[in-house]
Write a protein that binds this ligand. Structure first.
Ligand code: ATP
Length: 597
């Protein structure tokens, strides 16, 4: 397949602002792609070479790209650099400089998608001494054969600036239309994605075998399953009502979610974001190897810091010391962990994701060889609010965050990749005057004054609107940051600065600096109010008003385990706002009993 076909399509996609049009263009591209190359086209169109969980990064720095461009175009690096400063877009600059080439060097070789992909793959996998020079030579070679338009897209791809804005869900829609017979096929195709996290594999399967292939799609060890997530409610009564009068309540451990894959003596651990975190937790890897009595398994556990002397659970913050590349052994000694398993998704050839929860739990209990370092989550079948409340208090006393209340109905399947009412979380914070913490995306910042000159004074934070796929501002937060936080934030956010507001960010406020939505912070607020300036859930409570979080404070938790799309949604803020109103409108307990006496 000629690379120019996808470059042309990218041009058109970039030019449109309408989502439907974008999907149509993508459908056209996918239909024009043959089965043997479709996975590559799908990865490239999202600026990748492999699914995210493989952890292969293109990682070409702008400086290196400029060097390659200079070599391919025969122009000076300094000229390219100064043009780039004006254009702000390395893709445009590349096209322009390659167009200046002498005619004789034009199109020595027609670029195919396969060749571009293989070259980028080679570049990504080149390491060790001399890697920088080799990568540069490979890129320069590619650019020499490229037309200006092709060069623009190649450069954007390798520097991570593709910016086509094609989210997973748009790709799934396009696949459904192109190969599944219409949008109705989206659900089936999405499930295949949810249990494999690999859009390339899904695309190949549906393009080659149609929906029949997708129906037979199976989980595979070492391909992470997208996690099932919980809704939240504020009282045992509401929870039981929602779950049909009874549920299994489980301790909600406060650690890091881990999805463990085991096969042929090899173990891989994936984080909630499906990154491979096996190197961080050699102790957890050993536990899975030794204490899981199955040849092949996929299971989920919460990895919690513990005190080896007492067996007590330690706060989440201690586990943060385990998030490191170097000094892992020492950290392992100092901050030991335990695993509390809560899901069995696949055991020895059997996909359990569509089995009801009680069956999955049985399978789990069968394979976990319990010890003081690994055990199934403590649980209890509860049938009334008092039982639930008592169990909740017990969980809190043991150092947990609260309870996960799980449906035991016939339909209690593992809802990979979605947040639903089969799991409902019940946490301590709901009980105090304060609202629960929320996880917000940093989309902008305001310069600091006084002591904070040179760093940011406040951050503009947003929720995720999962229907519109946008980020909506909900608060401006300048509290709770230590001096070290301010320095770290300033450095980290530099990488994400963009010249103007990202098109997925909805804001009426003008920030001093705008960022690509990337970093997620945990924030504790005092209350949620209607707001004329913030765009979160705009018009959903009252026309012309959004919702805002008042008195926000950074809790110290950088939610690096969450992608911006995993942030608290605008819908959740609406639910929290309604829950809060309900509490206010109910007469306080003390007054109730006063009148009774
Ligand atoms: P979410 O994962 O729902 O977006 P979050 O990361 O902020 O939100 P919480 O809202 O606190 O986390 O709750 C969900 C998390 O609780 C799970 O992702 C999992 O890591 C953890 N957890 C602890 N114990 C359990 C359990 N018994 N069953 C399921 N999840 C549990």
């Amino acid at each position: 397949m000629d690379y120019v076909i996808i470059a042309d399509e990218y041009e058109k996609i970039e030019a449109t602002t309408k989502r439907l049009e974008m999907t149509d263009l993508l459908v056209g591209l996918l239909k024009n792609t043959s089965v043997n190359v479709i996975s590559k086209v799908v990865y490239l169109t999202q600026g990748k070479l492999y699914p995210d969980f493989m952890g292969v990064e293109m990682g070409i720095a702008e400086k290196l790209a400029i060097k390659a461009l200079a070599r391919a175009s025969g122009q000076r690096e300094s000229e390219i650099q100064s043009d780039l400063q004006k254009s702000g877009d390395i893709g445009e600059t590349s096209g322009k400089f390659l167009a200046k080439r002498k005619q004789s060097t034009f199109f020595t070789k027609k670029l195919t998608v396969e060749h571009v992909y293989e070259t980028l793959d080679k570049m990504a996998k080149t390491s060790g001494s001399g890697a920088v020079e080799s990568k540069m030579a490979l890129l320069a070679g590619l650019l020499s054969d490229a037309s200006p338009k092709e060069a623009k897209w190649i450069i954007r791809t390798v520097t991570g600036n593709l910016r086509l804005g094609i989210a997973d869900m748009t790709m799934l829609d396009a696949l459904a239309i192109a190969y599944g017979g219409g949008k109705e096929a989206r659900e089936l195709i999405e499930r295949a994605y949810n249990i494999s996290s690999d859009l390339g594999r899904v695309a190949s399967e549906v393009a080659e075998k149609g929906l029949d292939g997708i129906k037979k799609f199976q989980v595979m060890v070492f391909e992470p399953i997208r996690p099932m997530l919980a809704e939240r409610l504020a009282s045992p009564e509401e929870i039981l009502e929602k779950l049909g009068g009874k549920c299994v309540a489980e301790y909600k451990y406060d650690g890091e979610r881990v999805q463990a894959h085991k096969k042929d003596g090899k173990v891989v651990l994936f984080s909630r974001r499906l990154e491979n975190i096996s190197d961080q937790y050699p102790d957890a890897v050993e536990l899975i190897k030794e204490k899981i009595a199955a040849k092949e398994a996929i299971l989920e556990a919460e990895c919690v810091a513990i005190d080896l002397e007492t067996g007590d659970m330690r706060p989440f913050q201690e586990l943060m010391h385990r998030r490191r590349k170097y000094g892992v052994e020492a950290a392992m000694e100092q901050y030991p962990i335990s695993l509390f398993t809560f899901e069995a998704l696949y055991v020895d050839g059997k996909d359990l994701t569509l089995e009801p929860f009680p069956q999955r739990r049985k399978a789990l209990e069968k394979i976990v060889k319990e010890s003081d370092r690994i055990k199934p989550a403590i649980q209890k079948l509860v049938k009334n609010p008092k039982e639930l409340e008592d169990f909740f208090e017990e969980a809190i006393e043991k150092g947990c965050e609260g309870l996960m209340c799980k449906s035991v109905g016939k339909d209690s399947v593992y809802q990979a990749g979605s947040r639903g009412w089969l799991w409902i979380k019940y946490k301590r914070d709901y009980k105090s005057e304060m609202t629960d913490t929320v996880d917000l995306v940093v989309v902008g910042a305001f310069h600091g004054r006084g002591k904070r000159v040179g760093t940011y004074g406040a951050l503009l934070l947003a929720t995720y609107n999962d229907e519109a796929d946008t980020f909506e501002t909900v608060t401006k937060c300048g509290t709770g940051f230590t001096d070290k936080d301010l320095k770290t934030l300033h450095e980290t956010l530099q990488k994400h600065v963009i010249p103007r507001k990202n098109s997925r960010v909805q804001s009426t406020l003008e920030a001093d600096v705008w960022f690509e939505p990337n970093l997620v912070l945990e924030i504790l607020g005092a209350e949620i109010t209607l707001s004329p300036i913030h765009t979160c859930a705009m018009d959903s409570i009252r026309k012309g008003s959004g919702l805002a979080i008042r008195f926000p404070r950074f809790t110290g938790k950088y939610r690096t385990d969450k992608s911006p799309e995993d942030a608290t949604t605008s819908k959740e803020i609406v639910e929290m706002y309604r829950g809060q109103l309900k509490k206010i409108s109910e007469p306080p307990q003390a007054q109730k009993s006063d009148t009774l006496n």
